[in-house]
Ligand binder design. Structure first.
Ligand code: OGA
Ligand code: NI
Length: 357
């Protein structure tokens, strides 16, 4: 073998070793994934009442009872920052196929996936592990695939080539989820007392990204997290969490498990909507825990402003009683701050807070 071939092979082996989805069954948790005792998930203290997170039925969203549904969304956004939706209009078959192809992606031979590996947050399409391994002291028990979704025809050519059906299936899913997000943006605008098209307008050309999260079974879920507690650097996030439990939301200082509901989506507001709503609506911290028996796949769609627009509190939500809580920024600046650190609570958003003395 030439030295070039040897070099490439050893680089590939290094990547395969970093990935959790490398086909090797783990019998114990390596030190690099073990959290200090006070940061461990402490599962016995987690609440399991799914009714703690509201479920909003969108059946009547586009009919005469719209205002009732908008009111439910307003309450959910104000109090929880999180809700599940049913009768949302995304066909069950599209959701199932997306989940299936995501599973195929993480179960195909690791060599077919390792070529996409990167730790560079500037890489728009990449497979990676944990969150930001250049910045983390302890790693998350997660691999993920990340890519942009909009405008679809401009980005789809950069998506994974394997499995062969990935682009077609994920493309259909991305289009359906975008249509859903546009309906949600209108209703969230109304819930804020703004005109229906307000959020649609201020997001400029819009951007949409997808993260496919893969949490393999973990030999000791008490020692690790799949994803550290964080709020999302998005306007709105649409999560398909499948049927394996693992998502938890921080509510009144306690972690609450979001129990899977068949064919539902979990919706949460991200940091940009906390800014635009001037703190009226909240981007709430959440995390993912692992389990010992079943691999868990979740698919997040992060819906965002496009790079060039300026995000700031809506003028009509700022007055003497409600001074602007955040300074404005362009997405590029926010994302630079977000990826410059490890994932931790609402650290990124804190950088944009205005301090009044
Ligand atoms: C995320 C996220 C939760 C989950 O991708 O930002 O919070 O259940 N995922 O995987
Ligand atoms: Ni998240």
């Amino acid at each position: 073998m030439s030295s070039k071939v040897v070099e490439i092979q050893s680089e590939l082996n290094g990547i395969i070793e970093k990935l959790l989805s490398n086909g090797i069954n783990k019998s114990q948790v390596q030190d690099k994934y073990i959290l200090p005792p006070n940061e461990r998930p402490q599962m016995s203290e987690v609440c399991c009442y799914s009714e703690n997170i509201p479920v909003v039925d969108l059946k009547d969203l586009d009919g005469p009872k719209r205002s009732r549904v908008v009111e439910e969304i307003r309450r959910a956004c104000e109090e929880d920052g999180f809700f599940q939706i049913v009768n949302h209009g995304v066909p069950e078959a599209v959701m199932k196929s997306m989940m299936g192809i995501a599973k195929e992606f993480f179960e195909m031979p690791v060599e077919d996936r390792a070529c996409l590996y990167s730790e560079d947050p500037n890489q728009r399409v990449r497979l990676s592990t944990s969150f930001n391994i250049g910045k983390e002291k302890v790693l998350n028990w997660r691999d993920y695939l990340l890519h942009p979704c909009h405008p679809l025809e401009e980005v789809i050519g950069s998506w994974p080539e394997k499995p062969a059906a990935y682009r077609e299936i994920a493309g259909k899913y991305a289009i359906e989820v975008r249509a859903l997000v546009l309906r949600l943006l209108a209703s969230i605008s109304e819930a804020l007392g703004l005109s229906s098209d307000y959020l649609n307008r201020i997001l400029g050309k819009h951007s949409q990204g997808m993260t496919v999260n893969y949490y393999p079974p973990c030999p000791n879920p008490d020692l690790t997290l799949g994803l550290t507690g964080h709020s999302d650097a998005s306007a709105v996030t649409v999560l398909m969490q499948g049927d394996v439990n693992g998502l938890q939301v921080l509510k009144n200082g306690k972690w609450v498990s979001v129990e899977p509901i068949a064919n539902a989506f979990v919706i949460n507001l991200g940091d940009h909507l906390q800014v635009v709503s001037n703190g009226k609506f909240r981007s709430v911290e959440h995390r993912a825990v692992t389990n010992a028996s079943t691999a868990r796949i979740s698919i997040s769609t992060f819906y965002n402003p496009s790079q060039e627009v300026f995000i700031a509190p809506a003028a009509s939500l700022v007055d003497e009683q409600h001074p602007a809580l955040y300074r404005g920024y362009q997405l590029e600046e926010f994302m630079r701050v977000f990826w410059a650190q490890e994932l931790k609570g609402k650290n990124a958003l804190h950088n944009f807070k205005i301090e009044y003395s």
